[in-house]
Write a new protein. Sequence first.
Length: 84
Amino acid sequence: MLVVKHVHFVPVAEEVTSEYNLEYIYVELSELDQQSYLAVQDLTNFSGVPHYVVVAENELIIEASGFRDKDGLVKLLQDNNVIE
């Protein structure tokens, strides 16, 4: 599962997750209530936008910040053995 937060990154995430049959969740942090926002901060090392985490079987695989184009996201997922 790929969790993303960044309006310009969403089309990239949608394309990659569709192509590689991955599930993703978009979270708009500015729309969360304070309790939910603090819970997200406690679970991640949120450091910028877009910020994304990859989780598989309840295990954190990747946590990263910074825009990546399609090729960059695919490489990140390949380098971390999420996709082939």
